[in-house]
Design a protein around this ligand. Structure first.
Ligand code: AKB
Length: 312
């Protein structure tokens, strides 16, 4: 990777990925693009990922060799408007793949635990297993994995991807996801607010801390291509917890945290079909994936970093 374009750079992952990649590859070698503009950043381009010509122009003019396509409506938002979710999620990916084919770029697109459905084993969910998601978000993710593999096999485009768990981070809030509660609970704890949890107390889901996400993305994109057999996309796992477990962990630092449950039927149904914890042994074998953050270290760090940001 020498000249990178991040499409969807304003989101939860994009905002931290931009800073991370600029620290490694240089400020001017990482172009951040998003539909929402108005930034004091000379290396930012305002564009709509569905506007193929605008994306192609940015790739051409900046001699981009790697595209990170982070554009997506997440799982809960997707269920509110499935047609739009398909149009945005697949439209942005198709544009990225076609432009990559034309301009010889590598493409990273995150897949998700949402790509699995109720018939996949919940514990140690294998890399290769039935994938029959019941959400439009999951349908887009499975299709995206297949399409990315197709572009690799058919056109030689260097496509790579990881299946991300719920991402916990302190800079930008996620929006519209089923795992968002695991970020929102930290804000409530630090602000001294009662946390209203939308998923059942014992609902386990795969989660991951942002520093591990950023390392995974760079490590996979820098990996020796001859080792990569699976490409789109690799299971990556680091921790799994339920609402009552994360609440208890935060209470070790903030004993006054109050949590009540108001189950959101959409998030309940979505999370019921997702893995508890994926088996990431293939990522470990093919590109040396090794997570660094577990539940207790993540919780301590989140409270410290987010606490500073919120002035707590
Ligand atoms: C969501 O909850 O929709 C996302 C995901 C797990 O892909 N965070």
């Amino acid at each position: 990777m020498k000249k990178i374009l991040i499409v969807g750079a304003g989101g939860q992952i994009g905002s931290e990925l931009t800073t991370h990649l600029r620290g490694i590859y240089g400020q001017h070698n990482v172009i951040a693009a998003d539909i929402h503009g108005d930034r004091e950043d000379n290396d930012f381009v305002q564009l709509d990922a569905l506007d193929a010509e605008a994306v192609a122009k940015t790739v051409r003019e900046n001699k981009i060799d790697t595209i990170f396509n982070l554009v997506a409506l997440l799982s809960a938002t997707g269920e509110a408007n499935p047609q739009k979710a398909w149009r945005v999620n697949m439209g942005a990916l198709m544009n990225a793949l076609e432009i990559a084919r034309e301009y010889n770029c590598a493409v990273f697109t995150p897949s998700s635990i949402g790509a699995f459905g109720p018939d996949a084993p919940k514990d140690k969910t294998p890399q290769d297993t039935p994938m029959h998601p019941t959400t439009i978000y999951g349908v887009c993710k499975v299709t995206g994995e297949l399409l990315s593999n197709y572009y690799h096999q058919r056109f030689g485009v260097d496509t790579r991807s990881v299946r991300l768990p719920g991402v916990i981070s302190s800079q930008a809030l996620p929006g519209g996801g089923t795992t968002d509660y695991a970020v929102e609970i930290f804000y409530a704890a630090l602000k001294g607010e009662k946390f209203v949890c939308p998923v059942p107390h014992d609902r386990f889901m795969d989660m991951i801390y942002m520093p591990d996400v950023l390392n995974a993305m760079v490590q996979l994109m820098e990996a020796d291509p001859s080792r990569l057999k699976h490409r789109n996309g690799y299971n990556v796992a680091s921790m799994s917890f339920s609402p009552e477990i994360i609440c208890a962990e935060i209470r070790k630092h903030i004993p006054s945290l109050e949590m009540v449950y108001e189950i959101d039927p959409v998030k309940d149904a979505i999370s019921e079909g997702w893995p508890n914890l994926m088996d990431d042994s293939v990522a470990r074998a093919e590109w040396d994936w090794a997570p660094k953050w577990g539940l207790s270290e993540m919780t301590t760090d989140m409270l410290e970093v987010l606490g500073k940001r919120l002035g707590k």
